[in-house]
Design a protein around this ligand. Sequence first.
Ligand code: 13P
Length: 246
Amino acid sequence: MRQYIIAANWKMNKTLEEGQKLASEIINIVSDEVKSDAQVVICAPFIHLTAVKALIGSKKNIFLGAQNVSNKESGAYTGEVSAAQLKSVGVDFVIIGHSERREYFNESNEMLAEKVDLAIKHGIRPIFCCGESLAQREQGVHIDFIKSQLTESLFHLSEQDFLKTVIAYEPIWAIGTGVTATIEDIENVHNAIKERISKPLLYGGSVKVENVREICQIPNVDGALIGTASWKKEDFIKILENTKDL
Ligand code: 13P
């Protein structure tokens, strides 16, 4: 059986109370009823991390993820959160290079490489996001663009560190739009990435209850990074049910 990852990206949603409720429902159902085969990663906003960690406790197949990390080790960087700080609250994974951060916070490939280095240094596995805009896809430059994102932010890593990285292909035009890439689109990009990299490779972008199984059955897809459909307990639980016994 393939080992795959189902990661929830809560983005900037949920008050502390709402987050605790959602996390505890997911964690309880996963351990008591669904018994998911996946490694489930809950990528919560910073304010939730300690509470979600306590709810996860010692459960084996549920992990804690953050959605961002500073590219600085420590010091006078008001508002930033360091990899060491994330580690100190038990974070296992961190999303790095999400297109929303690249676009709204001007995160460059170079800065993302620094974030990747610090995460790995502190024992946190990066979930490194890559993906093209609609214009790039229409121009047919998307594969080259994705390869440059990976090359500039990850290819300096040693083989050993590289093994700790998870990659997520998230075409920007499919994020939060309800438009999922076709199976063929996903297959083409995943095959191109896997030609060079044998890492766990997730797909993200309008993954839903109805399409998650088909997407995860694509040979070079090792799981999914899920936004909108992870914010509702019912949907996320169904996603875990639909990805059993792949
Ligand atoms: P949606 O699932 O809402 O399209 O978001 C995908 C995403 O950005 C996950 O990181």
